[in-house]
Design a protein around this ligand. Sequence first.
Ligand SMILES: Cc1cc2nc3c(=O)[nH]c(=O)nc-3n(C[C@H](O)[C@H](O)[C@H](O)COP(=O)(O)O)c2cc1C
Length: 136
Amino acid sequence: MKVVYWSSTGNTEQMAQMLGEELEKLGNNAEVAEVSAVSPADLEKENIFALGCSAMGDEELDEGEMEPFVEEVEKFAEGKKIGLFGSYDWGDGEWMRKWEKRMQEAGAEVVGTVIANNEPDEEDRKKLEELAKSLI
Ligand SMILES: Cc1cc2nc3c(=O)[nH]c(=O)nc-3n(C[C@H](O)[C@H](O)[C@H](O)COP(=O)(O)O)c2cc1C
């Protein structure tokens, strides 16, 4: 399963690695990759995948790489099973609520969202384990 993420200081990257590890523990092959290394066309072939991005701007996705990528994903999101995750700091998770709504409006089934305040801890790992279970 592909786990595609964008991360500025490594917090969402750690979440992506944790999700990958939890998927592997459940017997699934996880391909964890930075968004810059993945083309939307590759992801389109997958029925189930996870996307990660931290809160940037004013409760937005990263506008340089993740936002344009997600705009492409919206075009083929209909019927896909998607998990979303990311790290934030001072907000209340608004960026993730907006992102979830967007993907749902594009026709995806969002099976779960996980947000971690700054660096993910063991509680966040448990949430990512639950997300992994929902994805498989
Ligand atoms: C330019 C910039 C904008 C940010 N905007 C928000 C925001 O709107 N809401 C929030 O909760 N955190 C915001 N943050 C905090 C980051 O989301 C937080 O530091 C996060 O842990 C970064 O994760 P990453 O290392 O995966 O990118 C912002 C940080 C930066 C540098």
